[in-house]
Design a protein. Sequence first.
Length: 132
Amino acid sequence: KTQVEASTSVSPQLTLAATKNAIQTSIATKNFAGLIPYMENPINFTLMSTDCCQPQTPQEASTQLEYVSEGVPFDFNQNHEIVSTIKTKNPQLADTFLGVSTTKEHTAAFTINAENKISKIELSVSWKLYSY
């Protein structure tokens, strides 16, 4: 017995590549609101070494992403020496799409779930706050 369900979602079918591309583009252009359609609602959000934040709406998270705007541009090459070392020594970041600032020390880590939506964002003013 086959059951076909009509999708009520207005979101396009997301692919991992599309989500990663949206992250890179939105960070590079500082168009953080561009990530809203790619986020779970609510989304888990963390600012490293602070008490911030509780799960929040994608709109709130897109505003919080301003925290790393000084660090733009970011390198999201997962084989980058700093990225790979941080992911190896910090298990909570092992499966994230992690970017590091090319001009400062900011990091932005995005957890992408099985539906290719961003389920968690963790930002840091410095990659040196992690085990390295």
